[in-house]
Write a protein that binds this ligand. Structure first.
Ligand code: BGC
Length: 819
């Protein structure tokens, strides 16, 4: 569905009449949030309150509360690993439907920044290192969400590829790289009809995005024809007239903001023309009309989350998984009855289903791989589970099933908001021991008090901790309370959410029930976040490690679940290396040494080093697969679903091989000096072999490439047909990738992806992949002419299974032309 195809076209005359009814104060009032997650209603013109929500892991809604649950999707890089815009459209449609159920009109997703460096903290939240793959995936997602009448927000516009100093760094990007790489996904989003764009925190070429008139008004609105609303990232607006004149439309969140009265005054002082404000209001009203929040406009058809949403998520997650290695066809697993399977590793019983940061949602459940395998194998297979190593930085949160509200005896935690004179202003019974309040702590709260009766199964030395910046007291049983004071390392409020400081205390306990009370004193920020954590006495690390290796030795198959956590992959900070946390590498090698049938499942969003990859029989990359991840992993391992994913980004052998390794600004500047030569193109240029190349993924079939033809159409596009044959023993899916060579002054520029198509074929059958490459994709940005141009000459078209596994080539002759 496209905003320009008439389906969502809005009667502009009618919008203009509504605008004319508003005073300047009413107009400006609409342009800053009423609170964290909404724009105020204006009854006199029939505008209802518009709710916004993050994305992109799901639709969190307007609270951060375990009682307000949402579907948790596979992470966005997993979606792009399908190389299947149709699957992504399906995921988008589910997300749109869920947004409708939650009354959310405006979804803050997708995140379409580029995988420039594997260290980027939000890598897991983005699609790919390749602009064309990202563009195709964006189009699928946008059309899926918006077909349900919910606005997407393509974010973060632009140059927001890393997190260090993210509020202030200046990305220096050449016009050529901007055009050929970073703008491509945004253009695709606008082409697909996106109703909103988010302006990022950082600057590009000297001007902060919220103040960047060239990029917001000249490029996005005038050149690309974007007719939706530009919303700031949260707290990103730092000026009044400059941002208003630059083309920002909505400053979030509210009610405090540099706009409001200051913007009214700026208009009255002649610093901002009222017509500029009018254009912003029209853009917001247009979004409201499109989403059904403005009376007198036909809203979208009803839509609700389908009953089989969980099954759909499970299938999408399994399809996205990537078979990186599969020696001797050890996968799919077919355990016979009475076989013994060792299930090992820190991510087996505790799946990392999502990354950290604002994308977080609270699902009703998360199926672990262990649970998924138990269900898949039933009683006939003996599962021997061992954690082996532990990777959590902060002690675990307390599960609600061992905690009781001390006053009612109901499961969970009693949270009181207490005033200075001791009056309880409000009480909540919560089911989580880590709490986040985004503007929802009642006014005049002097203390937030959390109490619970905790049942501990065994006596010994227990660890408790408080996490999150602030002043606290923590009392365990009858002991004297501990006074605790914690400070976050950074002013960015997200820091406290994703990387909170922690203070631990230990307590000698006997088995039984103990009363625990934590008080947070003087919460003084609109975002209040803290955690109460606990760990029972545990096995010594070496004992746990040895037990896992022993289990592997005695098993027919050893499945090792390694991975990251949301303490490693998160918004708010970049990674410092690509190593798996803790002793996981050591565990895999030790297991592989005692069991030749070792299968490693990697549960991570962004690349990690896998130094043991040639020691093991198989490696399945499972991503951060969302709430149904455990079932999806079992489906992929047993072949119920073909894990047909292909890598959307290059996996380096060692982190140091990555073409762009540093995400640290130097004197506030990140120089995108590599231009468009990063990712697989840089590996090719430097002749460095990655661990697994861009586009790699074995699936469960093998394929012969039998023929390629290419022809230029009248419009100047090139159509390519590639015949492939499934030479495996199962029905399978192949992603035929098309790369273009022969570019550059000497014709030696590294290849780049210009298209792809997937085909399905039964064992022994052949199929034809048809790919159309638009003229614009064949063009490069000509800096001297400031225009797209196809340079005349011959090019090579390469049909490939990955950026490195090239199968067939053909030549075409292109005529010189502007595009
Ligand atoms: C993130 C955005 C997000 C916003 C609202 C910011 O910290 O950068 O992606 O939409 O918060 O949660």
């Amino acid at each position: 569905m496209n905003s320009r195809d008439g389906v969502t076209a809005v009667d502009e005359g009618k919008l203009g009449k509504l605008l004319a009814e508003l005073t300047l104060e009413e107009k400006v009032g609409l342009l800053t949030g009423a609170d964290f997650w909404s724009l105020d209603a204006i009854e006199k013109i029939g505008l209802r309150k518009v709710l916004l929500s993050d994305g992109p892991n799901g639709v969190r809604g307007t609270t951060w509360d375990e009682r307000d649950t949402s579907l948790l999707f596979p992470n966005p890089s997993a979606l792009s690993a399908t190389w299947d815009p149709e699957q992504v459209r399906r995921a988008g449609a589910l997300m749109g439907a869920q947004a409708r159920d939650k009354g959310v009109a405006w979804l803050l997703a997708p995140n379409i920044n580029i995988h420039r460096s594997p260290l980027g903290g939000r890598h897991f939240e983005c699609y790919s290192e390749d602009p064309q793959l990202t563009a195709a995936i964006v189009e699928g997602f946008v059309s899926g969400v918006q077909a349900n009448g919910v606005a997407v927000t393509i974010k973060h516009y632009i140059g927001n590829e890393s997190e260090t100093e993210r509020m202030t760094y200046d990305a220096r990007i050449s016009e050529k790289a901007l055009r050929e790489v970073y703008l491509v996904p945004f253009e695709a989003g606008v082409r697909a009809g996106a109703w909103s764009v988010m302006a990022s925190y950082n600057s590009v070429n000297g001007a902060s995005l919220t103040d960047n008139r060239r990029l917001l008004t000249e490029v996005l609105k005038e050149e690309l024809g974007f007719d939706g609303a530009v919303v700031s990232d949260w707290f990103a607006t730092r000026s009044t007239a400059a941002s208003a004149n630059a083309g920002l439309d909505v400053a979030m969140p509210g009610p405090q903001s540099p706009w409001n009265e200051a913007l009214v005054a700026a208009v009255r002082a002649g610093e901002v023309a009222e017509s500029v404000v009018d254009d912003k209001v029209l853009r917001v009203l247009r979004l409201a009309a499109r989403t059904g929040y403005l009376d007198g406009f036909a809203g979208p058809a009803p839509s609700t989350t389908p009953a089989d949403a969980g099954e759909q998520l499970r299938e999408i997650a399994a399809r996205a998984m990537v078979v990186l290695r599969n020696e001797g066809g050890v996968l799919p697993l077919a355990p016979s009855s009475r076989s013994r399977v060792a299930v090992l590793g820190p991510n087996a019983a505790v799946l990392t289903a999502q990354g950290g940061g604002s994308a977080h949602v609270n699902p009703t459940h998360i199926t672990s791989p262990l649970a998924g395998l138990r269900e898949a194998f039933g009683d006939s297979v003996e599962i021997d589970y061992r954690e082996g190593v532990s990777t959590q930085r902060i002690l675990p949160a307390i599960p609600a099933d061992v905690a009781r509200d001390p006053e009612t005896g109901e499961p969970g935690f009693r949270v009181d908001f207490v005033s200075a004179d001791g009056t309880v202003l409000a009480t909540e019974r919560r089911l989580a021991s880590r709490l986040v309040f985004m503007g929802t702590v009642p006014p005049c709260t002097a203390e937030v008090r959390v109490r619970t009766d905790l049942t501990v199964a065994e006596g010994g030395t227990h660890q408790f901790s408080v996490s999150g910046s602030g002043d606290y007291s923590l009392r365990i049983g009858a002991a004297e309370p501990h006074a605790i004071s914690l400070t976050s390392a950074d002013d960015d409020p997200i820091e406290n959410l994703v990387k909170p400081p922690e203070h631990r205390v230990s307590a000698e306990l006997v088995a039984g029930t103990i009363n625990v009370e934590m008080r947070m004193v003087a919460p003084d920020h609109p975002m209040v976040m803290f955690g109460l954590n606990h760990e029972a006495p545990r096995e010594a690390a070496d004992v746990a490690f040895a037990a896992a290796v022993e289990a592997a030795r005695n098993a027919d198959v050893a499945l090792v679940f390694v991975g990251t956590t949301d303490e490693v992959e998160s918004e708010g900070f970049d990674r410092v290396d690509l190593l798996l946390p803790g002793r996981q590498d050591e565990l895999v090698s030790a297991v592989a040494a005692v069991n030749p049938k070792t299968v490693v499942v990697v549960n991570a969003g962004a690349p990690v080093e896998m130094p043991w990859r040639d020691e093991v029989a198989a490696v399945l990359w499972a991503w951060l697969p969302g709430q149904e991840g455990g079932g999806a992993i079992a489906d992929a391992l047993t072949g119920v679903v073909e894990p047909g994913g292909r890598l959307p980004t290059t996996f380096p052998a060692v982190g140091a091989d990555s073409p762009v390794l540093s995400t640290q600004p130097v004197d506030g500047v990140i120089d995108y000096a590599e231009g468009s030569t990063f990712g697989y193109r840089a590996y090719e240029k430097a002749a460095i072999a990655p661990a697994y190349p861009f586009g790699h993924g074995l699936g469960y079939s093998t394929w012969d490439y039998e023929g390629i033809t290419a022809a230029e159409t009248e419009s100047g596009a090139v159509t390519v047909e590639v015949a492939v044959r499934n030479t495996g023993v199962r029905t399978g899916r192949e992603v035929v990738q098309l790369y273009l060579g022969g570019e550059g002054a000497d014709g030696n520029d590294p290849l780049r992806l210009v298209g792809f198509a997937s085909v399905n074929a039964d064992a022994g059958e052949s199929a034809t992949a048809r790919i159309t490459v638009d003229r614009r994709i064949l063009a490069r940005w000509d800096e001297s002419a400031a225009a797209w141009r196809v340079a005349g000459g011959s090019r090579t078209l390469v049909a490939a299974r990955s950026a490195s596994d090239r199968r067939l080539t053909t030549e075409i002759e292109l005529k010189d032309s502007a595009v």
